[in-house]
Design a protein around this ligand. Structure first.
Ligand SMILES: Cc1cc2nc3c(=O)[nH]c(=O)nc-3n(C[C@H](O)[C@H](O)[C@H](O)COP(=O)(O)O)c2cc1C
Length: 302
């Protein structure tokens, strides 16, 4: 018998796939559906203190090999999200609350609320490339990242995951800052800052002009980030970026990820993607005489 169970940072997942933040996770019902479809954990849409409209359309461009989105972090705010969490936690997989804020205090406040709502962990979005004053704007500053992680760790008992941006030459310094702040895990990566231009309109396509590239287009970037972080920091890493198949997920795990998140592929391939990836992992273990998916982690470094 092979096992896909993974345990890290105080979390135990029945398989190493997780739904990434921002895709089919705005309501409790859709998060439950993803868990029932096979996701080993689900991450909520990033939630802030107040309700936000996000940007006007267009907010999403579809490409051959992914998407560029600039949603602008729309959402109901943390008070209204209590109802969605109440539904989401009835599903078969742990629910991880993704949060965005501009200060350590606000992150800590939101994390306490998510803990109260039943989240198994929080994921700090320090990496969104298209929301002014949030996300990547704070996540490229190692001192800020260290303070945020430290403050949130003081505020809650559940594991604290930090989601990093690939849009910086200081990735490893930021990773170290997470470790120094006492962070339980790193999630790498959020989207790659990008844009698209309409030749007919002679204008950028997105209302916000720039956005975040996701899907197969960024797999090589995400993999490189995970590989480098694994060698540089002593914190479990969750890999994300362009994962659509079992081989994609195995590549990330061989680069050093203990688990993976899947976002764009849910839109591109449907919710069956979690089962496809986990079935492929089981086949790989059987074909290679391995007992547990954990044996794959970091193999590309040996
Ligand atoms: C439409 C859309 C919305 C997203 N919203 C969020 C979000 O709210 N918070 C966040 O941390 N990441 C967000 N992301 C980034 C994804 O969680 C993920 O890091 C990224 O898309 C790369 O993974 P993928 O190639 O599997 O999509 C979003 C991505 C997309 C495509």
């Amino acid at each position: 018998m092979t096992s896909l169970t993974v345990t890290f940072a105080g979390l135990s997942l029945r398989n190493p796939t997780m739904l990434a933040s921002g895709i089919m996770d705005e309501t409790g019902a859709s998060m439950r559906r993803m868990a029932e479809a096979g996701a080993g954990a689900v991450v909520t849409k990033s939630i802030g203190r107040e309700a936000r409209d996000g940007y006007p359309n267009p907010t999403l461009v579809e490409l051959d090999d992914g998407y560029i989105n600039a949603m602008g972090l729309p959402g109901p705010g943390i008070d209204a999200f209590e109802e969605e969490m109440a539904e989401a936690v009835k599903g078969p997989s742990p629910v991880i609350g993704s949060l965005f804020a501009a200060t350590p205090d606000d992150f800590a406040f939101l994390a306490q609320r998510m803990q109260r709502y039943g989240a198994a962990a929080v994921e700090l979005n320090m990496s969104c490339p298209h929301a002014k004053g949030y996300g990547m704007e704070i996540g490229v500053d190692p001192d800020m990242v260290r303070s945020i992680v430290r403050e949130v760790k003081r505020a809650v008992d559940i594991p604290v995951l930090s989601k990093l941006t690939p849009n910086t030459h200081r990735l490893l310094e930021v990773g170290k800052a997470v470790e120094e702040g006492g962070g339980d895990a790193i999630v790498a990566v959020n989207t790659v800052k990008a844009m698209a231009i309409s030749v007919d309109a002679r204008r950028p396509v997105l209302y916000n002009r720039t956005g975040g590239l996701s899907g197969p287009a960024i797999k090589g970037v995400g993999l490189r980030c995970v590989y480098e972080l694994y060698a540089a920091v002593d914190v479990p890493i969750i890999g994300v970026g362009g994962i659509e198949t079992a081989d994609d997920a195995l590549e990330y795990m061989m680069a050093g990820a203990v688990a993976v998140q899947i976002g764009s592929a849910v839109g591109r391939k449907g919710i069956g993607v979690f089962d496809q990836v986990t079935n492929g992992m089981t086949k790989y273990l059987e074909a290679n005489g391995m007992n547990s998916i954990g044996e794959v982690v970091g193999l590309a470094h040996e």
